[in-house]
Design a protein around this ligand. Sequence first.
Ligand code: PMP
Length: 371
Amino acid sequence: MSMRLPVYLDYHATTPCDPEVIDAMVPFFGSEKFGNTYARSHQNGRRAAQALAHAKEDTASLLNAAPEMLTMTSGATESNRMVCEIAPSGRTEILISALEHPSVVNAAQESGLSVKVIPANPDGFILPEALKALISKKTRLVSVMLASHEIGTIQPVQELAEISHAAGALFHCDATQAVGRIPVDATMLGVDFLSFSAHKFYGPQGIGGLYARSGMVPRAGTVPLALAVGMGAACRIAAQTMADEAQRLRNLADTLLKALQSSLPEMRVNGALSPRLPGSLNLCFPGLDAEEMLLDLVADLCLSTGAACASRTRKPSPVLKAIGLSDEDIAGSIRLSLGRMSTHDDVLYAAEKVIDACLMQRKSCISRACQ
Ligand code: PMP
């Protein structure tokens, strides 16, 4: 088997830039096409503004939105914060789902509004009834992500947005893990705001966007033109390749899962298998220490136990807690996410290595217990 080691299985954390994205960006970094999009008095500035307009069209088109509804931001973290800082009204509450990324949780907590959490069910879904039980005339904003960054489950956002609107609240969707991987139609979803980051779908790090149904949200500062052009290119590529790639990733994840299940019958999948992001798996190996397993695997596989940001704190994942896992099961869980570079050989190799690591750890647990 010839493959690039370690095999990368952490596409939820970030993805490499597509070579076509890099080619599209390079002229905008150098003297060939540089320019400030606000410097309209000369050719460089006008050319920059035109390139930005194209990038916006390509990005908006992926979301089935009008370019005027899109604000370029530094990424989903900034977009999420902008939404939580929307002008206050008489309403005092913000409802966020129990699955949200720390960037939503933190922004909500710092918004000055009181925060209530919409619980998830054990399958990893935010059900309409759970929102109905909490929403009231006090609710200013409801924030539910489209696809979970930890377990990959896809939420019934369209229905949740309808419920929110019926109660007079605004609806925000953090679609960071979904955009570029599955079809995301902001118009059909009926959301007021939608956040995303280019580096989750083979665009550059440091740029993303905020869709706002009511039109652009003001944002100061020079637009990073090369990154914006890169995001536009990544959106074009995603639109063309998404359907085939999604099917390929589903098949690979299926192969991986079957290979693991055949040797590790006690293994469980965290969250329902469907609907979920293609190529996304969160697995629990009861009784094992996932952190230790990742250390054993570090030369062979790039894996994580959960959100890249949460793994620094080593606190039990709040997402896995929210779907009812015990602390012990959380400690035995890993997240695997596949992407464009993933091959059939990669997943077989990954399965073999994970199985070896599990069996080795179990053996050493047993021998320690016997001493
Ligand atoms: N929301 C979700 C669901 C994410 O997975 C991430 C990235 N891990 C973010 C927001 C933040 O994205 P960024 O770091 O690009 O700002």
